[in-house]
Design a protein around this ligand. Structure first.
Ligand SMILES: [Zn+2]
Length: 712
C-alpha cells in the first residue's frame, strides 16, 4: 500500500558517536562468544542462498495475471505459495476469513458540459506488455460507493484537510459538485472522506504528471514513469481490517455491522489518468488557483466550479461478502516454541503487481528457502512463521483478521514482525520500523552484498545519502500503511521493514508488470534476492539469540528527540511544556543502558551462558513487554483499534506519521486539559515500559535458584 521509507527526504540522524570499526570479532549482541561463531556461520550460509534465478522463476509465476483479493486468480497465488513452502518441508496452512469486499463491475465517466463526451477510464493495452492486455480490475477505488452522480467540477488540489479549508476561505463550495483531486500528500481515503464531508456528490482522483508522470521522467513503455492513461487504483477505506467486523476476527459466525457504520465513502470515488483529467481540468474556469495548486499539465489550472460538468457512474457486484486467504507456513522452534517471529507480505494486488507486491512475496519465499537450507535440519530456537496476507490493498484485511484471530498467542509470544511490501522496484535500499530493531537491521545490512555488486547494502546506503561518521541513515517511522499495523500499531510487537526502490510511476496500475520490472525496476531480480538475504539473516538472528537483541537505548534516544517538538505543540495551546516527557525518556534510556551493560557482561563473560532456557525465557518475556506497555487497551480517541501511543498514521492525513499521537490529537483538538492528561498518561506508560527493562535485568542477575534436595 504505502511505502513511507521510500519517500523520505535523504538525510541522516545523529545516533552515537561510536567509531564505525569492524565488529566482526566481538560477540553478537545477545549471544555468547561461542554461540556467536556458529550463528555467524549459519547466517553466512543463509545470506548466500537466495538467488536471482529462483526469484525470477517465482516472480514470473506470481505476476503472470492480475490477482485481486476475492478472485479465482488470487486463489491460484495462494495455491502456488503453499506448494512452494510445502516443498521446503514447512508446516503449511491457509487461514481464511469472510469479509466485506464489494467488487466493482463497471465504471463510466462523462463530461456533460461543454461538449458532452464519454471519457476513457480504462488503461489501454500496450503491445510490448502482454499482461496489460489481460482483463483488468475496473478503474474504481476500493470501497467506492455504487451509484450515479453529476454536477459541476471543482478542482480541490490534493484534497487535503487544509485544501478544503482554503476553498472555504475562497468562498468555493463542493456541495452538490464533483470534486477532482490529485493524488499524493495524503492517503486517498482521506481525500474521499473530506470531499464527502464537504458535500461533494462524487470525487475523481487523478495522477498529476508533476508527481509521477512525464514531469519526473520518461513514461511507460519508453520509461518507468506514469503515462497519460495510467491509473492509480487503491482503497479509500479509512480503517484497518474487514470493515464489517471492527476489532474482531471475521469468522463465518462473527456478527456484522452495516455499511453505515463502516469507515467507507458513501459517494462514488473513481481514479483517472492525467490524460482523462485534462478533458475536465483544462476547461475549468472561475477562481484562480492559489500558490502551489498548479500541477504539471500544460495549461493554467482553475478551481471552478464549472463551466465543466461531469457525470460519474459506478456499479458494484451484488455479493459483497467474499473469502480471503492468508497462507501461514511454520518452522517450529524447539527451545522457545511459543516465541514467534513472523515475516509477512501481502499477496494481493490491483493488477499483476510485479512490484506491489509480487516482489515482497518472492523475497519472503526466497528467505524461507534460505533459512530452511541453511539450518539443514537443525531447528531454530524460536518459531518462525512465513506469512502471505490477502486483501492488504483494501485496508490490511488479511493481516488484521489474522492478528485479531490469534491475538492471545501473538500478544504473549510475538517477538518481531518483519514486513515486506514492495521489496524490489529498484536498487536503492531503504528501511524502517520500530527503533528497537533499527540497529539490528543496519548491522545485518552490513553483511548483505549490495545488489549493484559493490560493497554491502549498508555501505551503499550510507554513501548514497553521504551520511557523515557518527550518524546513521534515516529510517522510516511506522505509521500504519501496511500489514505491520496489526502487529505494531495494534499490539506493540516490534516491527522492521525494508526494500529497494527507484524511479517509477506504475503504482497500482495495470503497468506494474513483469515487463516493467524486467525493463526498469529490478531487471535481473538481484534486489529481490538481496531483500531475501537480509530477511533470512534477520529471521535467524532473532530466532536464535539467547537474549533478543532489541536496542532500547536507540528506541529511547529516538523518542527523546521528539520531545522538543511536543513541547512546542503543548505551548501552542497553553498546555505547558513536555519536560516530564523528556525526563521520562531520559530515565527509560538509563534503564535501557543498564540492561544492555548487564546483558553484554553476562553473555560475554559466561561461556557457555550458564543460564537455562527458563531464566532466559523470563528475560525475553520481560523485554517483549517494553513496547506492549507503550500501547493501551482503549486505543486512540480517534481510532480505538490503534493502541500504540508512540506512532500512528495521522488521522487527518493517513500517510504522515504522528509521534505521541494521544498528545498530538489533544493538541489538534485544542484541548489543553486533555493534552496534560495525555501527557501524564504517556509518562506513566513510559515508566512502566522502563520497568520492564528493570524486570529483564533482574531476571538476568537474580541468584540462581538451586532445586531443593528431595529424599535422601
Ligand atoms: Zn503493497
Amino acid at each position: 500500500m504505502s511505502h513511507p521509507f521510500r519517500t523520505l527526504v535523504p538525510g541522516a540522524v545523529l545516533l552515537f558517536a561510536l567509531p564505525l570499526t569492524a565488529v566482526a570479532q566481538t560477540p553478537l549482541t545477545g549471544f555468547t562468544a561461542q554461540a556467536s561463531a556458529a550463528q555467524r556461520e549459519l547466517e553466512r550460509r543463509a545470506i548466500a542462498l537466495p538467488s536471482s534465478d529462483s526469484a525470477r522463476r517465482i516472480a514470473r509465476v506470481l505476476s503472470s495475471e492480475p490477482h485481486i483479493a476475492g478472485t479465482p486468480a488470487q486463489e491460484r497465488t495462494r495455491d502456488f505459495v503453499n506448494a512452494e513452502l510445502r516443498k521446503l518441508g514447512l508446516r503449511v496452512e491457509t487461514r481464511s476469513y469472510r469479509v466485506y469486499l464489494p467488487h466493482a463491475t463497471g465504471v463510466q465517466v462523462w463530461r456533460t458540459a461543454p461538449q458532452p463526451m464519454e471519457l476513457r477510464v480504462e488503461e489501454p493495452a500496450i503491445a510490448a506488455d502482454p499482461v496489460s492486455a489481460m482483463p483488468q480490475y475496473p478503474a474504481v477505488n476500493g470501497y467506492s460507493a455504487a451509484g450515479e452522480a453529476s454536477g459541476e467540477v471543482v478542482y480541490v488540489n490534493y484534497g487535503l484537510v487544509e485544501d478544503f479549508a482554503k476553498l472555504d476561505s475562497l468562498g468555493v463550495s463542493v456541495k452538490g459538485k464533483i470534486a477532482i483531486a490529485r493524488y499524493g500528500r495524503s492517503f486517498r481515503g482521506i481525500k474521499a472522506r473530506e470531499a464527502e464531508k464537504h458535500g461533494a456528490v462524487a470525487i475523481l482522483i487523478y495522477s498529476d504528471p508533476i508527481d509521477d508522470g512525464f514531469v519526473t521522467g520518461d513514461v511507460y513503455p519508453a520509461g518507468p514513469m506514469r503515462n497519460s492513461q495510467g491509473v492509480q487504483r487503491g482503497s479509500v477505506y479509512n480503517g484497518y481490517g474487514d470493515p464489517s467486523t471492527p476489532g474482531y476476527a471475521a469468522t463465518p459466525s462473527a456478527p456484522r455491522v452495516g455499511t453505515g457504520q463502516m469507515a467507507i465513502p458513501h459517494i462514488p470515488v473513481v481514479p483517472i489518468s492525467y490524460g482523462t483529467a485534462t478533458s475536465l481540468l483544462e476547461g475549468i474556469r472561475g477562481t484562480n488557483v492559489p500558490a502551489g495548486w498548479q500541477g504539471g499539465l500544460s495549461f493554467r489550472y482553475h478551481i471552478g466550479p464549472g463551466p465543466v460538468s461531469a457525470r460519474v457512474k459506478v456499479t458494484l457486484d451484488d455479493a459483497p461478502f467474499k473469502m480471503i486467504h492468508n497462507t501461514i507456513a511454520t518452522l517450529p522452534g524447539t527451545v522457545y516454541p511459543d516465541e514467534v517471529i513472523v515475516i509477512g507480505g501481502h499477496r494481493d494486488a490491483w493488477g499483476a503487481g510485479a512490484g506491489d507486491n509480487v516482489s515482497g512475496v518472492t523475497s519472503i519465499l526466497e528467505s524461507a528457502r534460505a533459512v530452511v537450507r541453511a539450518l539443514n535440519g537443525q531447528p531454530p530456537a524460536r518459531t518462525l512463521v512465513f506469512a502471505t496476507w490477502d486483501a492488504e490493498e483494501w485496508g490490511m484485511l488479511g493481516s488484521t483478521e489474522f492478528v485479531e484471530d490469534d491475538s492471545l498467542r501473538l500478544q504473549r509470544g510475538g517477538v518481531a514482525y518483519l514486513n515486506l511490501d514492495v521489496s524490489a522496484t529498484g536498487l536503492d535500499f531503504g528501511a524502517g520500523g520500530s527503533p528497537s530493531l533499527r540497529a539490528l537491521t543496519r548491522e545485518l545490512a552490513r553483511e548483505v552484498p549490495d545488489p549493484r555488486g559493490n560493497g554491502s547494502v549498508y555501505a551503499t546506503w550510507r554513501a548514497r545519502y553521504a551520511v557523515p561518521d557518527g550518524s546513521e541513515p534515516v529510517m522510516g517511522d511506522p505509521g500504519g500503511g501496511s500489514d505491520f499495523a496489526g502487529f505494531y500499531n495494534h499490539f506493540g510487537i516490534p516491527h522492521a521493514d525494508w526494500g529497494f526502490g527507484g524511479p517509477g510511476g506504475v503504482y497500482h496500475s495495470a503497468y506494474d508488470s513483469r515487463r516493467w520490472m524486467e525493463t526498469f525496476g529490478d531487471t535481473n531480480y538481484v534486489a529481490h534476492a538481496a531483500a531475501a538475504r537480509l530477511a533470512a539473516a534477520m529471521l535467524l538472528r532473532l530466532a536464535n539469540a539467547d537474549i533478543v537483541p532489541y536496542d532500547y537505548v536507540e528506541f529511547g534516544t529516538t523518542m527523546r528527540r521528539y520531545t522538543e517538538r511536543t513541547s512546542r505543540q503543548l505551548a501552542s495551546i497553553g498546555a505547558g511544556n513536555a519536560s516530564l516527557l523528556d525526563e521520562a525518556w531520559q530515565r527509560f534510556i538509563e534503564r535501557a543502558a543498564r540492561f544492555s551493560v548487564v546483558r553484554d557482561s553476562v553473555t560475554r563473560t559466561t561461556a557457555p551462558i550458564g543460564y537455562d532456557s527458563v531464566r532466559l525465557g523470563t528475560v525475553n518475556a520481560a523485554l517483549r513487554q517494553v513496547e506492549r506497555r507503550l500501547t493501551r487497551a482503549e486505543g486512540l480517541t480517534s481510532r480505538p483499534w490503534v493502541r500504540g501511543v508512540i506512532y500512528a498514521a495521522d488521522v487527518d492525513n493517513g500517510y504522515s506519521t504522528m509521534i505521541f499521537p494521544t498528545i498530538g490529537e489533544a493538541v489538534r483538538a485544542k484541548d489543553p486539559a486533555l493534552a496534560r492528561r495525555e501527557l501524564s498518561d504517556l509518562v506513566t506508560r513510559i515508566e512502566r515500559a522502563g520497568a520492564a527493562l528493570d524486570e529483564a535485568r533482574t531476571a538476568l542477575t537474580a541468584p540462581m535458584r538451586v532445586a531443593p534436595r528431595r529424599g535422601r
